[in-house]
Design a protein. Sequence first.
Length: 254
Amino acid sequence: MIRSPGRAYRPPVTLKSGQSFAHGHLRPDIVGAEISGAPMAYPTNLLQPDEEVVLELNPHWKYLFWPTLILVLSIIGGLFVLNQERVVQVPLGLVVLIALGWFIKRFILWRTTTFILTTDRCIYRSGALVTSGVEMPLERINTVFFQQTLFERMLGAGDLAIESGGETGKEYFHDIRNPPEVQHEIYTQMEANENRKFDRIGQEAAEGARAYSASTAQTGPITVAEQLEKLAELREKGVLTDEEFETHKANLLA
């Protein structure tokens, strides 16, 4: 079983249609963020039955730092040359337009890039006109890495890498908010997902046992061969493991 270090499992926050974690805030019980009524980046109709959104994150504001700085400096420079010759104003005006275009492009990418953790999978979507996305079921995730420079630790940003058993192997996600907490939350949901899987297997086993008892009561005792056939059916459905099948088989043939 996958173990999540440190904390006990916290049930996910249930979101109603139209609710979201504003601007990619972490769960309220992680960083004290508030839930807002802003539209969700990930449509609720694409969630599986009983699947819930745990984290919904836009990139850290560091993603906009350089475009914003260049735009502000170019505007300040433009203000200083308002009374200068046209030969000076035109180049600086072009610089302002280029900086503004870069800022708008980065802002649109920032708003349309989302890292989502649900109770069943990790989802990454990016792009406005041309979109791309990656989905990784939690049961296929092997390891979650994060990396932060000293400056990023001060800002609460960093990069996240998820290694899975799929064809891609490892996926990298940059400018993630609070990557240590995101890493921990992914492991927490992996453990909860594993527990739910075992609960479902146990429930199916109990239902199979009840059905078996009911059929025995109605038809009377069945032969050893029929019992072995029933056990084989349960093994094929995943209700019994190979080891449990062999144990029951040995008991019947003893």
